[in-house]
Write a protein that binds this ligand. Structure first.
Ligand SMILES: *Cc1c(COP(=O)(O)O)cnc(C)c1O
Length: 386
């Protein structure tokens, strides 16, 4: 199989698995226990916290462990919106956020908050000036993702974070797609809250973290013991946290080499596809983008059909037309970029990773044009394109 769906998830690195193994049965202690077995686990927990904090230029106590990116987003947004409820009820986000952000804001709207969903241009970029104009005296929080998971487009969060600071707003970023792929220093980009997830950078699933800048108040969303400085109750998942720290350490040590590697393959893929197939569009081509992601729109064919045919040929990709969610609605990201429904339906996302090879890309370039040709032949609109 050729796996080109790394924005959905990545395989666990072997070194990560090895780092985790002792913490399941041998060093199984509860980090809250005061005896030596517990303290051994506590030490591993705090060493992991330190490793992660170092990677971000943060302080150890600013890292809160969660069950993944989704929970980190929920805690950041709900936790701070409610902590600032007495200051105001207006919140700002973008129309292209991951559902783990969008659906939190939708729920908050039902609970009495007002939410502005900033539009994006055809490249999927939020305009910082548009953000500035949407600020009201009752605005408390803004949440803009760092890189979009579907298109790979990188939002101007440096500018947005600076504006947020100027206006005294909290700034949260869903950085799940960038942590591990780029370097991120919280001293350079003034974020108050940042979400990350281990399984997007070759760590295990079901674990992530939220960076919470010192002094930022959050209402906990899971209640119980005093774990994680009272911000997230529940016994910490020590093996997965150890794995996440190991995975981030590996990713940070190699991110520049990996960047160049996937970028070269991605460019080869995009060039090959645009040469071999007519009427295709690369989404966000003129915007700053992650080096591994390529969202391609193929006219006259269904994304789902391309995905299934590619899978049959041993190639795993993803499609923006989310039949997965049980609806036939095309991707909200592509619609927000201004693509009409019928174009947005023909989307396929290639997201590359560290173990992909030139040979694999070559195979895709041999297989994919035939799939598109076949599908266009049976499409009622396809004939004109061939
Ligand atoms: C994958 C992803 C999430 C969700 O993270 P989980 O750890 O799978 O819950 C959130 N935001 C973005 C941008 C993602 O790509």
């Amino acid at each position: 199989m050729i796996y080109l769906d790394c924005n959905a998830t990545t395989p666990c690195d072997q070194r990560v698995i090895e780092a985790m193994l002792p913490f399941f049965a041998e060093k199984f202690g509860n980090p809250s226990s005061l005896h030596s077995i517990g303290q051994e686990a506590k030490k591993a927990l705090e060493t992991s916290r330190h490793t992660i904090a170092q990677c971000l230029g943060a302080e150890d106590q600013e890292i809160i462990f969660t069950s993944g990116g989704t929970e980190a987003n929920n805690l950041a947004i709900r936790g701070s919106a409610y902590a600032l409820w007495n200051k105001g009820n207006h919140l700002i986000t973008s129309a292209i956020e991951h559902h783990a952000v969008l659906n939190v804001f939708k729920a908050l709207e039902k609970e009495g908050f007002q939410v502005t969903y900033l539009p994006v241009d055809e490249n999927g970029l939020v305009d910082p000036q548009e953000f500035k104009k949407s600020i009201t005296p009752r605005t408390t929080l803004v949440s803009i993702m760092h890189a979009n998971n579907e298109t790979g487009v990188i939002e101007p969060i440096q500018e947005i974070a600076s504006l947020a600071k100027e206006y005294g707003l909290l700034f949260h970023t869903d950085a799940v797609q960038t942590i591990g792929k780029l370097s991120f220093n919280v001293k350079e980009i003034p974020v108050d809250l940042l979400s990350a997830s281990a399984h997007k950078f070759y760590g295990p699933k079901g674990v992530g973290f939220l960076y919470v800048k010192k002094g930022v108040r959050l209402i906990p969303q899971i209640l119980g013991g005093p774990h994680e400085r009272g911000k997230r109750a529940g016994t910490e998942n020590v093996p997965l946290i150890v794995g996440m720290a190991k995975a981030l350490e590996i990713a940070q040590a190699n991110w520049e080499d990996e960047y160049r590697h996937v970028e070269e393959l991605r460019n080869r893929l995009e060039q090959g596809i645009t040469e071999r197939i007519r009427e295709v569009t690369v989404v966000g081509k003129n915007a700053p983008r992650l080096p591994n992601t390529s969202m391609i729109l193929v006219k006259y064919v269904e994304g789902e059909a391309m995905l299934l045919n590619l899978d049959f040929a041993g190639i795993c990709v993803s499609s923006g037309s989310a039949c997965t969610s049980g609806s036939l609605e095309p991707s909200h990201v592509l619609l927000s970029c201004g693509y009409p429904h019928e174009i947005a339906h023909g989307s396929v996302r290639f997201s590359l990773g560290r173990s992909n090879t030139v040979e694999e890309i070559q195979t895709v370039l041999e297989v994919f044009p035939h799939i598109v040709e076949k599908l266009r032949n049976i499409s009622p609109f396809g004939k004109e394109a061939i």
